[in-house]
Design a protein around this ligand. Structure first.
Ligand SMILES: Nc1ncnc2c1ncn2[C@@H]1O[C@H](COP(=O)(O)OP(=O)(O)OP(=O)(O)O)[C@@H](O)[C@H]1O
Length: 540
């Protein structure tokens, strides 16, 4: 296919060819998705289009920027639930068969360990909630994708209905979409979709930072099921940051694409520097150094500090013991926290937003339905009690939230605790205040933050602080030293490093405490020797 990116997309739309728009960070993928929507509706105002996003925040942004009545914008979970929820008989059969499959095939993930037997009579309908209670027909967030995949694979009529309903389906951030979802769109609906439905994917395989995501769809591209369109622009970053990004990845070479009215390049020159020291990192001191002299750290929209380290922040914020209780750091503060950590994050989130009087968050998150004024009062007095008594232990907090039906201990939580008694025993006696501190860290300082995820975000100045700590999934030393035999860790580390560095519009500083000589040499190759500096005593 020839022509501009929009020409190529347009040809795919006209001929109902599935396509993938691949572009590096800041290449304008979201921007192009909106343009694609405008293009579709300009040509056919009656077109039926679904746009699937990774988060509710992204869905709201797209709705605001493309207010078409025939456009459905939702997260993948809401989209799939809408497609299957009315077929309750098939849903029940699917849930029952996935539970029995789990006994022989752990992958089905609908594990059920309760004594009570489940059969067709056990529940009147299947519901989808943010927790799992299979005995009462409630499937969780994670279960939904498996259930939907199984239903589309088993009942061809569902695929036909979907293809009759939509002319175009666009999927943003496809790299983080789970395999069962990709299978629905590229395998299960393939036959009825031929010539009638076009599926368009938007994303970047190097920005896949969730292990549960598909990562890439190369096999479908090679098989001819998807046509790849590559966008090599960068509208976001300064020229020096783009140069670094081009050294980090070799599959796409970006060029500054922002233009002045006279056609000249409008991307700033900016800076991308690597700073190292022979001592541990101290943010307070570093803020006074020459490297960040012009940065305004008080404006969080302008300047962002990304910690690719954790010990330090945990100590500073007050959840050091909680972190120490975890054998594997990433299970607590990586991008996919384990079941217990997810539970603590939910509780921490409710406490945090309650203290900020952000009641709509609290209502969305808690499982107790508010029907009467009395319900409201009970919730409020329970939350006030917990907020004012953060010296109680974590076990009391968890049990209290369960008893008040705020955040229930669901099947998956109980099962997890049973299998990880050693970790839970260490954690349960710690003060509840650590749960709140942990939530604050996870949401504000971690690049994996769920609420304000940094993917898609951009800031004038970005400071990335690295340290190896106890990570197993990531290793900056291996990445910088290109250690042989550690390819998968290196690839994973490279992706998170790329995502963090590419948030900088103007200036980027990467800080590495106590590097080896080899690390400094590699930094010189990536950043350019003139951009690698030691933080001397004078600058501290
Ligand atoms: N064609 C364009 N003209 C002017 N500005 C653009 C254009 N495309 C994108 N931009 C701007 O460049 C920045 C990055 O765009 P966008 O967020 O769409 O990129 P992205 O590829 O989705 O990035 P990432 O993968 O890093 O999240 C935004 O500020 C956007 O407004």
């Amino acid at each position: 296919m020839a022509g501009t990116v929009m020409d190529q997309i347009s040809q795919c739309l006209d001929n109902k060819i599935n396509f993938l728009l691949s572009g590096g960070a800041g290449s304008g993928k979201t921007y192009t998705l909106i343009q694609t929507l405008h293009h579709v509706f300009k040509n056919d105002p009656k077109a039926r289009v679904a746009c699937i996003t990774y988060t509710n925040v992204a869905a709201d942004e797209i709705k605001e920027r493309s207010p078409y009545s025939k456009l459905t914008v939702s997260t993948i979970h809401d989209f799939l639930w809408d497609e299957i929820k009315d077929y309750q008989k098939n849903l029940k059969q699917t849930v029952l068969s996935l539970i029995s499959a789990e006994k022989s095939d752990k992958e089905s993930r609908l594990s059920y360990s309760s004594e009570a037997e489940i059969n067709e009579e056990s529940f009147s309908c299947i519901e989808y909630q943010n927790y799992r209670d299979l005995e009462h027909g409630i499937i969780s967030h994670d279960d939904l994708l498996k259930v939907a995949n199984h239903m589309f694979a088993t009942y061809p009529l569902l695929s036909k209905i979907l293809c009759d309903k939509y002319d175009y389906i666009f999927i943003d951030e496809y790299q983080d979409t789970q395999k069962p979802v990709i299978e629905i769109f590229l395998e299960h609906i393939k036959t009825p979709a031929k010539g009638s439905l076009c599926v368009g994917f938007f994303g970047d395989k190097l920005q896949s930072i969730y292990a549960t995501g598909i990562g890439n769809i190369q096999s479908y591209i090679i098989a001819g099921d998807v046509h790849e369109i590559i966008k090599d622009d960068n509208y976001r970053c300064a020229v020096n940051v783009i140069e670094l990004l081009n050294h980090v990845r070799s599959d796409i070479t970006q060029r500054p694409a922002k233009k002045n009215p006279d056609g000249s390049i409008a991307n700033k020159i900016g800076s991308a520097i690597f700073v190292y020291s022979d001592s541990d990192f101290d943010l307070r001191k570093f803020k006074t150094s020459d490297f960040v002299a012009s940065w305004n750290f008080d404006d969080f929209r302008e300047t962002k500090v990304l910690f690719l380290t954790h010990k330090l922040s945990a100590m500073r914020l007050g959840f050091a013991e909680l972190l120490a209780a975890y054998k594997y750091t990433e299970s607590l503060i990586g991008n996919e926290p384990d079941r217990l950590a997810q539970h603590l994050l939910k509780i921490g989130g409710v406490l945090f937003h309650y203290s900020k009087k952000e009641f709509s968050y609290v209502i969305d998150e808690i499982q107790r339905k508010i029907r009467t004024n009395d319900d409201k009062q009970k919730i409020s007095s329970a939350l006030t009690y917990f907020s004012e008594n953060l010296d109680i232990c974590i076990e009391e907090l968890i049990n209290g939230f369960d008893k008040e039906h705020l955040i229930r201990k669901d099947d998956r939580f109980n099962e997890f605790i049973e299998h990880h008694a050693e970790t839970y025993d260490k954690i349960k006696t710690l003060p509840a205040s650590q749960v709140l501190a942990y939530f604050k860290y996870y949401n504000d300082f971690s690049p994996y933050s769920t609420q304000h995820g940094i993917k898609g975000a951009e800031f004038d100045n970005v400071l990335v602080i690295m340290d190896n700590g106890k990570w197993n999934m990531y290793n900056f030393k291996y990445y910088f030293e290109e250690t042989p035999g550690k390819e998968s860790i290196i690839q994973r580390t490279k992706r998170i490093f790329y995502v963090c560095c590419s948030r900088a519009k103007d200036n980027l500083v990467v800080y590495y405490p106590k590097p080896t000589v080899q690390i400094i040499e590699r930094a010189k190759k990536l950043f350019g020797a003139e951009n690698v500096h030691e933080l001397t005593t004078l600058q501290k």
